[in-house]
Write a protein that binds this ligand. Structure first.
Ligand SMILES: [Fe+2]
Length: 276
């Protein structure tokens, strides 16, 4: 049962998540579904109302001292060491190509439950909506550290070209930077059948022909199939921090990430907490 306050966070005139069975609700679901199928992504600008998003950003900013930088150089496949294991590849092969990653993340367990972002994430509103869009039940991830994250990028911040391990990622931009920090992607670059290393290498070498960009504004909720579409965030410019929340949902009711990955991304305190 929803507490009524949750709906005060969302622009219900544009996104009637309180009444998905209505005509407007059904057409929102259909449009979102179609956009995901066609383009592999869907942006919902102004999803979180303006005064609310400013407050969410302020609350997130107050956690910046808890954000951990993690690795500064990463391949497009992160730490999927199984990929290409035992195979001899040249140094310029995508599985060996590291790109610069300059951001810091606040792990789930460090985000207070009473923050507006937590209120949104832990309500049933988003899983219900995403479930309707994907036409199957959707659950919050169950990982202590990875489920809900806040990613911070200051001037010079960026994220290297990469594929996500999850099938779909849901993000909410809390604060846009003065300039740069643009989300760029290459749709459907790989598939379950093929890693398509040749085309991946071309993009890493600077071929921009298939690149698409989305200029996100604070308050935009984005759904993105980052498992197949390689993507990056261009360098942030100016003084204002780019702040983005990553909201982990899955069709697996028990989804958890690996502890190795959590230690790498959130730091030695996780190893300590987990007795490693
Ligand atoms: Fe990603």
């Amino acid at each position: 049962m929803q507490t009524p306050e949750i709906y005060e966070l969302i622009d219900l005139d544009r996104y009637p998540l309180n009444d998905l069975d209505s005509e407007a609700g059904q057409s929102l679901i259909a449009e979102t579904h179609a956009s995901l199928e066609k383009a592999g992504c869907c942006s919902l600008p102004g999803f979180v109302r303006q005064p609310v998003i400013s407050e969410m950003a302020a609350q997130a900013s107050s956690l910046e001292h808890l954000a951990y930088s993690g690795p500064g150089e990463v391949t497009p496949y992160f730490f999927n060491y199984n990929l290409g294991q035992g195979v001899e590849v040249p140094d310029d092969h995508p599985i060996k190509r590291k790109g610069r990653r300059n951001l810091a993340q606040v792990a789930t367990d460090l985000i207070p439950q009473q923050h507006l972002l937590s209120m949104l994430y832990y309500s049933t509103v988003l899983p219900d909506f995403l479930g309707a869009v994907l036409k199957q039940p959707v659950y919050r991830n169950q990982d202590k550290y990875q489920s809900l994250n806040i990613s911070m990028m200051n001037a010079g911040g960026c994220q290297q070209w990469h594929f996500d391990s999850g099938r779909m990622v849901t993000t909410l931009l809390l604060q846009e930077p003065d300039a740069g920090g643009i989300f760029e992607y290459v749709p459907e670059l790989r598939s379950d059948e093929s890693e398509n290393f040749k085309q991946v290498q071309r993009v890493l070498d600077g071929d921009t022909r298939r690149n698409q960009q989305i200029e996100l504004k604070a308050g935009t909720l984005s759904l993105f199939r980052g498992h197949y579409s390689m993507h990056r965030v261009t360098e942030v410019k100016g003084n204002r921090t780019r702040i983005q929340a990553i909201l982990g949902f899955s069709t697996d009711p028990n989804h958890k990430g690996s502890l190795d990955s959590s230690i790498l991304h959130y730091g030695p305190r996780v190893a300590e907490l987990e007795g490693r």
